[in-house]
Design a protein around this ligand. Sequence first.
Ligand code: NAP
Length: 289
Amino acid sequence: MQLIDGKKISGDIKSEIAQEVKEMVAAGKTAPHLAAILVGHDGGSETYVAHKIKSCEEVGFKSTLIRFEDNISEQELLNAVEKLNNDTTVDGFIVQLPLPKHIDEQKIIEAVAPQKDVDGFHPINLGKLVAGLDTFVSATPSGIVDLLKRYNIPTVGKHCVIIGRSNIVGRPLSILMSQKRIDATVTVCHSRTENLKEIAQTADILVAAIGKPGFVTADMVKPGVTVIDVGTTRVKSDKTKSGFKLKGDVDFENVAEKTSFITPVPGGVGPMTICSLLKNTLKAAKNRK
Ligand code: NAP
């Protein structure tokens, strides 16, 4: 079993991005600028956004954090999105999800200008991905593909089983994995899938993106499989300063020994997601008119 070290790979990619930023700035251009909107004080969201801002600093991007209390109205948030759409100094921005219940997330996603949608959540960007066109690929799927590539994990003709069909992870990943040059044969499973265990057992690459800690157990995987654990559920812990720790969707202790490669949680997919966001922001900056 080999551990897939997302932290290390993301560090390598960040160094590559930092080098490109240096060259951009040396050529007289302004550094890429990422803005993030954070609504409310959800612990998980606070942590994710703080990591994103810190990563911007590491690679030499400018970053701006815009905070709102969770009683912000949908219209006020739409206005803030529109302001960023029109701000020529901002190359790309994200609205950290989840949003409070009274705000329609899809409406907000669709309000973001596709050319600044560095999360790749806008239907236009999702549609371009489906059509195989150049686009902002959503960050987590793109990070997973980078991990597979950098560890030289074979994908051509392999069976990739993805558990989860959300628009931000499972669905776009299924499109990416079936594209030419990756060439996997893909099965997408969800909460209505019958015989999920038997399907999972046929996977050469098994991706768990469900949000249910320990869902994938040792009897669900075949020996030699590559397991990518996307799940990050915050569970209470008396062993950490914050009182929480992140748990993946895979029963790591028992599954790991059967695998060829496996991602840990934390330190696997998570750091790669941020990297992909940085890559998309760099791309947006290069697309400046
Ligand atoms: P989501 O929108 O809640 O989707 C979960 C998916 O899992 C759905 O498609 C659902 O099926 C499926 N599912 C739920 N219970 C199931 C079951 N018993 N059997 C089979 N499928 C089941 O979640 P998401 O946004 O994709 O996120 C999934 C996990 O990844 C979460 O833990 C999230 O925190 C984590 N995540 C991590 C990163 C990272 O950077 N590491 C990024 C994004 C998300 P239905 O469609 O049928 O409901």
